[in-house]
Design a protein around this ligand. Structure first.
Ligand code: FAD
Length: 399
């Protein structure tokens, strides 16, 4: 039997789901490249730091046994030669490539002292280093979390619940939340003893304090930077078209606008330069769609357009409370939320459910299902943006 080789770059939520879904076809040779031999549950990295979860899973439990795992890091995609160059010096030829390298959590080079003194949280290695650092300081030593997005809120709550002395410094707390959802988060943060400093911009980070733009100094034994996501530079380094952040620019089938053999999924995808919110919740429907695009092409059919629905934002506030912010299908927050212990239970079952979805797709490829967005969610359908729009984040929509 002639086989077609599919190489997936990145073994996170998107890469694993896509690999599993592709295993429906027995004529595919599936290779997954990831820098670590185990799956990282990024959505639990704040728990890894708190010491109540290891945030890893054995690939044997969630990845199809049809996929070969190559523990290595991709350095460049040789687009013309259909070859992936790896950090080890090896290379892999491919017929199709799934780009699922996820996102990163950079510390900004523009804030004086941040590169030297601030600690990132968003990747497994950085979360490990942070856990080690926190173990070295007394329980009452001040910790400053910079960034009031969902990662910052979850991290501040988790650590305050341990009795840590946490200050959360941000412009707006929970900018993606509706007012009542934000109030619920604020109330819980207060109860946990987190000091929230809003409308603040950090202008300097030192080893024992941070300075705000208005001159206020706050003591900080450990400053954790959670503001903003970045993405790996693999697509840019390989000369592929990306949006301003470096996500791979695709059409609405998730196919690269440069090369039909490259398909993107998860946080690293930028369909029509209008990327979805970086989240595990949307990374998996994107991955399922990316796999379906490839499967359709292999069957000689037209792939369909992307149209995933959002259901809301699930936020843990320590182990005993949470906020579930309900949303419209297009991910806009609704004035509706669930709070308290029930929300914590829902959030925990969502985290567990994510792994179950992956495992089920490994056992029964093609079974993963996610609601589609319907009319409200109609996205700008673009095959190839005009040259002037490439490298930008926004294009006009017909929504
Ligand atoms: C603390 C924290 C809490 C979060 N909580 C939530 C939440 O509650 N809900 C939610 O929806 N989202 C949450 N997120 C966001 C969520 O984790 C990401 O959106 C999600 O992981 C994206 O999935 P992905 O598969 O695209 O990327 P990832 O999960 O980041 O996986 C990408 C994989 O690709 C690998 N990779 C990168 N570069 C290369 C390369 N060059 N070669 C080979 N492999 C490479 C990476 O090492 C990684 O293993 C949270 C994030 C953090 C940091």
């Amino acid at each position: 039997m002639t086989t077609t080789r599919v190489v997936l770059v990145g073994g996170g939520y998107a890469g694993v789901l896509a690999a599993n879904r592709l295993s429906q076809r027995s004529d595919l040779d599936i290779i997954l490249v990831n820098p670590r031999p185990m799956f990282v549950e990024r959505i639990r990295l704040h728990q890894l730091v708190a010491g109540n979860d290891d945030a890893v899973e054995d690939y044997a439990d969630i990845l199809t046994d049809r996929a070969e795992l190559v523990v290595d890091s991709a350095q460049r995609i040789d687009v013309a030669g259909h070859r992936l160059r790896l950090a080890s010096g090896a290379s892999l030829g491919y017929d199709h490539l799934v780009y699922a390298v996820g996102s990163t959590a950079p510390v900004p080079a523009t804030v004086p002292g941040a590169a030297e003194h601030a600690w990132p949280l968003g990747e497994w290695e950085s979360a490990q280093r942070l856990a080690e650092r926190l173990a070295q300081i007394p329980l009452q030593a001040p910790i400053v979390v910079v960034g009031g997005g969902l990662t910052g809120i979850e991290a501040a709550s988790e650590w305050a619940e341990l009795g840590r002395n946490v200050t959360l410094v941000t412009g707006v707390l929970g900018p993606s939340l509706a007012n009542d959802g934000r109030r619920s988060v604020t109330k819980r943060l207060r109860k946990l003893g987190v000091s929230v400093v809003e409308n603040a911009t950090v202008s300097q980070v030192a080893g024992n304090r941070i300075t705000l733009r208005d001159g206020t100094e706050l003591p900080s034994a450990v400053t954790v930077w959670t503001a903003g996501f970045g993405v790996p530079t693999l697509a840019t380094d390989s000369g592929l078209s990306t949006d301003a952040l470096g996500r791979l620019l695709t059409d609405e089938t998730l196919t690269s606008i440069d090369d039909p053999s490259i398909i993107a999924a998860g946080d690293a995808a930028s369909p029509s330069a209008q990327p979805l919110r970086m989240s595990c919740q949307l990374a998996m429907p994107l991955a399922s769609h990316a796999a379906d695009t490839l499967l359709a092409r292999l069957d000689g059919k037209e792939p369909t357009y992307l149209n995933p629905a959002s259901v809301g934002q699930c936020i843990s506030l320590g182990r005993h409370a949470g906020t579930i912010q309900m949303s419209h299908l297009n991910d806009e927050a609704l004035p509706l939320h669930i709070g308290g212990r029930l929300a914590a239970t829902i959030k925990e079952s969502v985290c567990k459910g994510t792994l179950s979805f992956l495992a089920k797709e490994a056992r029964k490829p093609g079974s993963y299902f996610w609601p589609r967005g319907g009319k409200r969610q109609k996205r700008y359908q673009l095959h190839r943006p005009p040259a002037r729009l490439r490298g930008t984040q926004n294009v006009a929509t017909d929504d």
